[in-house]
Design a protein around this ligand. Structure first.
Ligand code: TXA
Ligand code: MG
Length: 347
């Protein structure tokens, strides 16, 4: 398939023309990759089952994993989903939308069942990225968009990531530069007047608990048992996975550093904090993803680092154990999936 590439990193020149092209492609049943503030999305008209089916094929995505529906304005949700009994969506929308949060609501019939894989709920998200917003507003459509990676790869946070995975598989790719957050949106279900956090993200459990009671779903930090039915089907896949095994390492500081140095000698990859660099043997296989305390930097760099390890072809990767509060909960959740819950204590 021919793929149109459009560079919309600045708003001059052909910006408007390409937004219109993207919206025409979507209206005609095509697939467009566009940037959002979290990760790049692979978009299709959520009202039409044919292009939504093509999304699964382009990604190699299992057919039991539902898609998120993106809208231009928070109150458009009522065309596609029912209001929750406690008005929590509206409180969330007022405080966090447009922005990196997704709410699961009871679905209306117009949303293609291809999008929701037969569930009676739909995930609604109103992104803040201006390019995403302009495409949504210009097309006037709800757009189903999963992350624009091949299934199983880390989500794409830059144009080169989507180009590597998706060139030739979609009608158009828009280059909007680096994504601000770098991890996918916070996904919440509204449960009897409370919130259940299904996927942590930039909007944190701490912030959400200012609105109402928040429960963190077990699958956020724990591996699901083989036959468990997750609240969010995406939780059961080994997501975000580079090609080699990844292990999270914890233990006394000096012992962890000594272990990393041993692994560097063996040619393994190390995902560490900035503070570790001066204590580690110099090697191109060592990637620092920001300061121990700078969770946003870790979020920004995690997926790019995992993709770099793939390119370096290291036999295994050993990673720092991350915090679990605020945005670090999201970093931990993704890293745990990248390492298939493989954690080792160095004694
Ligand atoms: O930041 C994001 O959310 C990005 C950008 C492109 O918006 N999108 C994204 O989509 O991460 P995706 O498909 O990679 O992840 C969607 C997650 C999956 O874990 C899926 O199982 C869950 O949302 N999900 C979607 N609809 C659901 C529903 N009705 N009930 C429960 N979980 C749902
Ligand atoms: Mg994804």
């Amino acid at each position: 398939m021919d793929t149109i590439i459009a560079d919309l990193r600045n708003k001059d020149g052909d910006y408007k023309k390409y937004i219109e092209t993207a919206s025409e492609i979507l209206k005609n049943g095509g697939l467009v990759i566009f940037p959002t503030e979290t990760v790049y999305g692979l978009g299709a008209n959520a009202l039409d089952s044919v292009p939504c089916g093509k999304v699964f094929d382009a990604k190699g995505r299992p057919h039991d994993n539902p898609l998120i529906v993106h809208i231009a304005f928070p109150d458009e949700y009522s065309k596609y989903a029912y209001k929750d009994d406690f008005g929590i969506y509206e409180k969330i929308a007022k405080r966090f939308m447009p922005g990196p949060i997704t709410c699961i609501l009871k679905k209306k019939d117009c949303i293609s069942s291809e999008v929701t894989v037969g569930l009676d709920t739909v995930a609604i998200r109103c992104p803040s990225n201006p390019i995403a917003h302009d495409i949504l507003a210009s097309s006037g459509l709800p757009i189903a968009a999963p992350s624009a990676n091949l299934s199983g790869k880390p989500s794409p946070t830059s144009f080169s990531h989507v180009y590597d995975d998706m060139f030739g598989r979609v009608d158009m790719i828009i280059n909007g530069g680096e994504c601000e957050v770098g991890l996918e949106s916070t996904v919440i279900a509204i449960d009897n007047g409370g919130i259940r956090l299904l996927r942590p993200g930039y909007v944190t459990a701490e912030e959400l608990s200012e609105i109402c009671k928040v429960t963190i779903d077990d699958a956020v930090l724990n591996a699901l048992s083989k036959d468990a039915k997750p609240a969010s089907p995406g939780m059961k896949y080994r997501h975000y996975a580079p090609e080699m095994p990844v292990t999270m390492i914890f233990g006394e500081e000096e012992k962890v550093i000594a272990f990393f140095n041993e692994k560097i000698k063996q040619g393994c990859g190390i995902l560490c904090f900035d503070e570790d660099i001066e204590k580690l043997f110099p090697s191109e296989n060592v990637i620092a993803f920001g300061s121990k305390m700078n969770y946003l930097s870790q979020a920004n760099k995690l997926f790019d680092s995992l993709r770099k390890f793939d390119k370096l072809k290291v036999p295994a990767v050993y990673a720092r154990f991350t915090d679990r509060n605020e945005l670090a909960l999201a970093v931990s959740n993704r890293l745990l999936r990248a390492c298939a819950f493989n954690i080792e204590e160095i004694k």
